[in-house]
Design a protein around this ligand. Structure first.
Ligand code: GLU
Length: 579
């Protein structure tokens, strides 16, 4: 996890890098640091969030430097464990995203050879290895050093006596930005957007020499060319635009995101595969997994295609005997568990397709083909618009395979999502804000909608929340129902409506308060629940989207009432690039 930024150019590197790290803070935020190279290497690093101003970095004048915002894997968050890490002499500095799996044995060997270590991190071994291999040519030293490393890394190194940044990548994300007389490197594109739209995605095994004039890439010791791509995100996409939080801004972007993705995404690679082999396995984590569960209902009901959905983290270790296409869903394209699941699927000769929001991300290079959502950069740690964008692709896919049966839903969904955003959730927020635990229940496709609603609630409000298939609650969890354990029940017209009403009555009979989510004007539901939240429109497929957005708003406003750090919830990071 974590974010790294490197800069080589004509401007002062430290403030520019710190600004870039702020854009990456969603990836990790327990400590941060920067190192610049002027006449010598200077390092500033601290435990905690990046403050609004850091007077101590004003003396750092170098125009070349590296920075890091950390999500600790080895060693607690502390000043000394923060990156950059230096060698024994302090003339070499390194930032690293990933995990060096053999660091313990490397550390022992280096200590035996006289190196003294300051931190508890796995990363520090890299600085000492480079120290041993450095004789004025940093590229050679990094090339030699990474030969000893097992594990994942995107790393940036600087050294006195060599005026460039040297980067190396293996299974952790890295993107280069080619500006005019300045070159950047970062964990994702967001820190680059202000300086250039020309980006390059290095591949595993690449060693990159970065100077203001550009980047030279070596692989296996030989120069290689990687294509220069143009990004279509702009810097305004990563600003808050007047909203109190990124999460709220991103929730409000969803009508546009749905509209654009449903029309622009091209599901053809998967359509072609499913026409030949009509069965699909979806692998994903977290919110993307919930989108996959919803896709199962869409594809099975609209297109008659059987779908199984696996947690990517489980799939790798118990690969089912599937031969059908495998779809990997990952917003960032860098989720380590999902990447491993794709490798596992490939090892079984399954055709693989990626569904992601990030052009050029690792999953797109690993899978046989890629489908892109058009959510734009998502900064809030809790996924919102990327989820709706994934559902837009699944609806477009089901529509194509199902002979156009979803065309009407796709045409109007953005309008219903827009209407839903006006919904007042205050009364429900008051109930949730007092709760120690909340159940979210639904049936059919509203079961995964409930799972996602519970995930949003727990991620940002820190209230324990569980999503359940409504019919399962009586098989155990009823024991937990009390007046302090509200139940959010999604109850919309359709085959499960009557049984949901019965379930709600059973819940009420056990003393729990029910927040019902139903169709505007549904008097029967309104009469049985304690708080009634309505969603607009008559289209059952669109209800999946609007109910999801309503639960995002409920989580957001509950968290806001509890004054939690909504955009950066504790212990989390957005892009989970470790297993
Ligand atoms: N493994 C390194 C550490 O714990 C890097 C973690 C990260 O990617 O932030 O410092």
């Amino acid at each position: 996890m974590c974010g790294i930024v490197g800069y080589a150019g004509r401007r002062r590197a430290a403030p520019l890098i710190i600004d870039g790290l702020r854009r990456l803070e969603y990836r990790g935020y327990d400590s941060f640091g920067v190192a610049t190279l002027g006449s010598h290497v200077e390092v500033y690093k601290r435990c905690g969030r990046i403050p609004a101003s850091i007077p101590d970095t004003r003396s750092m004048k170098g125009t070349l430097g590296i920075g890091h915002t950390r999500w600790a894997t080895h060693g607690a968050p502390s000043d000394v464990n923060a990156h950059p890490h230096t060698d024994c002499t302090g003339r070499i500095a390194v930032v690293h995203n990933g995990i060096i799996e053999n660091y313990a044995s490397l550390r022992k060997k280096l200590e035996r050879r006289g190196h003294s270590f300051r931190s508890e991190t796995d990363t520090e071994v890299i600085a000492h290895l480079i120290e041993e291999n450095y004789a004025g040519d940093l590229v050679k030293a990094v090339q030699e050093s990474v030969k000893s490393l097992d594990g994942s890394y995107a790393l940036l190194a600087i050294a006195e006596g060599d005026r460039r940044i040297v980067a190396a990548r293996n299974a952790s994300p890295l993107v280069l930005g080619l500006g005019d007389g300045e070159t950047l490197a970062a964990s994702d594109m967001t820190p680059l957007l202000e300086y250039t739209e020309r980006v390059v995605f290095p591949e595993d095994g690449d060693i990159i020499s970065i100077t203001p004039q550009g980047a030279e890439i070596l692989n296996q010791g030989k120069p290689v060319e990687r294509p220069v791509e143009l990004v279509n995100w702009c810097v305004d996409d990563v600003k808050k635009g007047g909203f109190e939080h990124y999460m709220l801004k991103e929730i409000f972007e969803q009508p546009r995101v749905f509209y654009e993705t449903a029309r622009a995404a091209d599901p053809a690679p998967l359509v072609d595969l499913l026409r030949v082999t009509p069965a699909l396995t979806i692998v994903a984590c977290g919110t993307s997994y919930h989108a996959g569960l919803i896709a199962r209902y869409l594809l099975e009901e609209c297109a008659g295609i059987p779908v199984r959905v696996d947690h990517a983290s489980e799939f790798r270790y118990s690969i089912p005997p599937v031969r059908n296409p495998v779809l990997a869903v990952t917003q960032s394209g860098e989720t380590a568990d999902t990447l491993w699941a794709v490798r596992a699927a490939r090892s079984r000769n399954c055709p693989t397709v990626a569904l992601t929001n990030v052009v050029g991300s690792s999953v797109t290079r690993l899978a046989d083909a890629a489908i892109y959502t058009r959510a734009g950069p998502e900064v809030g740690v809790a996924a919102t618009k990327s989820f709706i964008a994934q559902l837009a692709v699944f609806m477009a896919l089901a529509d194509r395979l199902g002979g156009g049966s979803l065309a009407g839903s796709i045409a109007t969904a953005h309008l219903s999502i827009g209407d839903l955003l006006q919904q007042d959730v205050e009364e429900a927020v008051a109930v949730c804000g007092r709760a120690r635990s909340i159940f979210f229940v639904g049936r059919g496709p509203f079961y995964p909608v409930a799972l996602e609603g519970a995930l949003k609630m727990k991620e940002i409000s820190y209230i324990h929340a569980e999503g359940y298939a409504a019919g399962e609650l009586k098989h155990g969890p009823f024991a937990l129902l009390t007046p302090e354990t509200p139940v959010v029940a999604i109850c919309l017209p359709g085959p499960t409506y009557r049984v949901m009403i019965s379930n709600i009555k059973e819940i009420k009979a056990r003393g729990a308060q029910v927040i019902g989510i139903g169709l505007a004007g549904d008097g029967e539901l309104a009469d049985v629940v304690d708080v009634f939240l309505t969603i607009p429109g008559e289209d059952p497929w669109v209800h999946i989207l609007t109910a999801s957005v309503l639960l995002q708003l409920l989580a957001y406003h509950t968290a806001r009432s509890l004054k939690t750090d909504i955009d950066r919830p504790r212990n989390l990071a957005k892009s989970v690039t470790v297993e």
